[in-house]
Ligand binder design. Structure first.
Ligand SMILES: Cc1ncc(COP(=O)(O)O)c(C=O)c1O
Length: 401
């Protein structure tokens, strides 16, 4: 049996497929229409956000959030080194300094304690990534940020529906960003994203930032002679307090929005099913302390992914992954190379980080295949294979023996 680290998270239900078919038949226009409005409203109702804007992916939402920060050269952005690249690069294009924060080794997310020593008078933004689907300690981080007057962005791309103290991920900070990419617990046909904001002034600018600087003509005292005069719609720079932003086209299609709205009905069930499965896997391996999981039996973790740290050397971790794949057909992977190790960040001068926990975790981590559509047979095979490989490692049997 093969267990792939699948490129897709879910199988769509027949009802979801019907919603797509119906939207294909009826949507007019096919972008920027009633399904987008309904998805945004549905997302606010689901998540508790004040304002939500659907976009073509999470990275586009991050790009727009970065624009709204109105960075000046030399502003500093605190961000975990252990995250996906698009948590970071949209913020680096403005000449900002990326300041790498370390993760807590147990929870694998940054904390108020790891952030506090990095704050300077130039700190403009803290980016908190709820990596793997676990909500960081936002009350403590918000208290710290508010004390210093710093903006907070939650990269909740992996954490849809996860919550802390009854507040859903993305709802603590100034900005919340979500991804509906193929791997995610809610996915709008492979690409999709959402930006949530609290501030009305940001909310007023986002439609223009998303859609080419388009806006309706202001209703003048005389009105317009005809709907096409002087043009169908107006085009301008989105502006805040005299500061200009360049517009983009980051729109998402109507069919994706129709599907996203429908999937909001199911995402909490998907999260619960993944959590139940994660806990079953972790508990079944209780007698194997060489694998260190993050066990969270609450809504705070949606188990988008199922990572573990392997005790011992990095070579032992690689041996584990090799055996799982070549002997049992189970494809584990290694995720989230500390960003300071990539050429892109090194070329920007951000190649050094004081993040020993993030480095250690990456060098010892194993991410198990954990797509929602894993079958019970695949799950059992993965569990049995994990036990078998750990037993073989304990007995000192070499790979292939
Ligand atoms: C933590 C994190 N941030 C940002 C992104 C970017 O989202 P997208 O792929 O929708 O652009 C992703 C996912 O891909 C992610 O996992």
């Amino acid at each position: 049996m093969q267990v792939n680290f699948s490129g897709r998270a879910l199988r769509y239900t027949e009802e979801e497929i019907q919603v797509v078919v119906e939207a294909m038949r009826t949507a007019d226009p096919l972008t920027q229409g009633r399904f987008q409005n309904a998805f945004q409203e549905g997302f606010c109702a689901f998540n508790g956000a004040a304002h939500a804007f659907a976009m073509m992916n999470g990275t586009a939402a991050l790009e727009v959030a970065a624009q709204l920060c109105f960075f000046k050269e030399g502003d500093e952005v605190i961000i975990p080194s252990h995250t996906f690249t698009s948590s970071a690069y949209p913020f680096a294009r403005y000449g900002t300094k990326l300041v790498w924060a370390d993760i807590d080794p147990a929870t694998r997310v940054i904390t108020a304690e790891s952030i506090a020593p990095l704050i300077t008078p130039r700190t403009k933004l803290i980016i908190v990534v709820h990596l793997y689907g676990y909500v960081a300690d936002m009350p403590a981080i918000m208290a710290l940020a508010q004390k210093h007057g710093i903006l907070v962005l939650e990269d909740a791309c992996q954490a849809i529906g996860a919550e802390l103290d009854g507040v859903k991920a993305g709802n603590f900070g100034d900005f919340g960003v979500f991804s509906f990419h193929s791997h995610k617990n809610l996915t709008t046909l492979g690409e999709g994203g959402m930006l949530t904001v609290k501030d009305e002034r940001y909310a007023a600018l986002i439609p223009m930032l998303r859609h080419n600087g388009h806006r309706a003509f202001p209703a003048g005292p005389e009105g317009r002679p005809d709907y096409w005069i002087p043009a169908m719609g107006d085009v301008d720079f989105p502006e805040l307090d005299g500061q200009r932003l360049w517009p983009n086209n980051y729109c998402i299609g109507e069919v994706e929005c129709a599907l996203g709205l429908k999937q909001l009905e199911r995402v909490e069930r998907i999260n619960a099913e993944k959590r139940t499965r994660a806990l079953a896997f972790i508990d079944a391996l209780h007698d194997y302390p060489e694998l260190e999981f993050h066990r969270v039996d609450s809504l705070r973790h949606n188990y988008h992914l199922l990572p573990a740290r392997m005790r011992g050397t990095a070579l032992r971790r690689d041996d584990f992954i090799r055996r799982m794949f070549y002997e049992y057909g189970v494809k584990c992977v290694v995720q989230y190379c500390p960003l300071n190790r990539y050429p892109l960040y090194q070329k920007l001068g951000f190649g050094k980080a004081n993040c020993p926990n993030g480095d250690d975790f990456y060098d010892h981590m194993i991410s198990f295949p954990f797509q929602h559509c894993l079958t019970p047979e695949e799950f059992e095979h993965m569990l049995a294979s994990t036990r078998a490989v750990l037993d073989a490692q304990r007995s000192g049997k070499a790979h292939g023996q």
